[in-house]
Design a protein around this ligand. Structure first.
Ligand SMILES: [Ca+2]
Length: 316
């Protein structure tokens, strides 16, 4: 699955979960006008190819290669799209060839079969393409982004797709148990809420850098009655509302015995990672020497010993 993989910039905001204290519902009089629809930004990225030669690239881990004449399509899924409003698309490209000419690369970008933008740039440089998507172009559910390297620059072109992001108006609803959104205008935010929320949080980072991680605030001054949630939304702030069904279930588990201090736990390599990464770690152990990999994993099966020899990789 592409959405929200192991990258940190420009995260998906879909389907958050929350735990914590209970907010107090109380009637509040609102004298401001309604706020515009909330918007969400969803980022899509897969880090498939590592390009060590692109030393100045913002990210040397890239998704898809487009040589001259190549066409690549990526499906992506959206939920809760307000199709009556325009949306924004950002495509992050990375040039990988250089001829010395003013223009090396010419790419077209289409969404659901409609041309939405073009990029012309040179050399082994990053390029960010921004495009406005008209109303009704995005669909609820599966959509498709298509890139084409037009090959009309007179030189050989190689371009990588790094990632792309879609910002769209969101149909606000607490029907699934939680809703997270950013309101671009101040006013009264109104969400259909079949049941009263148990928590309303302002997730907006504080401080000029916008990077204060512990800045979320629990909000109590909201109105939850008659199947609706209303609260004062400030422009540019991101809010998370959660009902009982949106809370992560509690999980109780007995501690498992650890062999970390055992003298028998000896290995040539130590890797700290989820156990599911074990197979991916196998190539890290060099052959021909038989070696033992000591994997400190997260989760229930926390410690795993594995050895690699000419006969293959096996758990101990
Ligand atoms: Ca990347």
């Amino acid at each position: 699955m592409i959405r929200s993989s192991s990258y940190s910039r420009y995260r998906s905001t879909a389907t958050p979960t929350a735990t914590g204290s209970v907010g107090r519902a109380r009637a509040t009089a609102y004298h401001t006008g309604p706020a515009a629809s909330p918007t969400v930004a969803v980022s899509f990225e897969t880090n498939r190819f590592y390009q060590p030669g692109l030393l100045d690239a913002p990210d040397p881990w890239l998704w898809e290669a487009l040589a001259s004449g190549a066409v690549r399509a990526k499906s992506f899924s959206l939920a809760g799209v307000d199709t009556s409003r325009a949306a924004e698309l950002e495509v992050f490209l990375q040039g990988a060839s250089e001829s010395g000419q003013p223009i090396d690369h010419h790419l077209t970008v289409s969404v659901n079969g409609v041309l939405v933008g073009e990029a012309r740039f040179a050399a082994k440089q990053p390029y960010r393409l921004s495009a406005s998507l008209p109303p009704s172009l995005l669909r609820e559910g599966v959509n498709e982004l298509s890139l084409a390297n037009v090959a009309d620059t007179g030189v050989t072109s190689m371009v990588f797709l790094d990632r792309f992001a879609v910002s769209h108006s969101q149909v606000a609803s607490l029907a699934s148990g939680s809703f997270e959104g950013l309101w671009s205008e101040s006013g009264t935010a109104t969400l259909p809420a079949p049941v009263a929320p148990v928590a309303l949080l302002d997730l907006t980072p504080a401080g000029p850098s916008g990077a204060v991680p512990d800045a979320l605030r629990w909000l109590g001054g909201y109105e939850a009655a008659g199947g609706w949630l209303r609260f004062r939304a400030e422009a540019g702030h991101r809010y998370l509302a959660v009902t009982e069904s949106g809370l992560a279930p509690l999980r109780v588990a007995a501690p498992f015995p650890s062999t970390l201090r055992s003298a028998q736990s000896q290995a040539d390599y130590i890797l700290i990672a989820p156990r599911a990464f074990l197979a991916a770690a196998e190539p890290l152990v060099p052959l021909p020497e038989p070696a033992t990999l000591f994997l400190l994993g997260f989760g229930v099966a926390a410690v795993t010993l594995a050895s690699r020899s000419r006969k293959g990789f096996r758990l101990i």
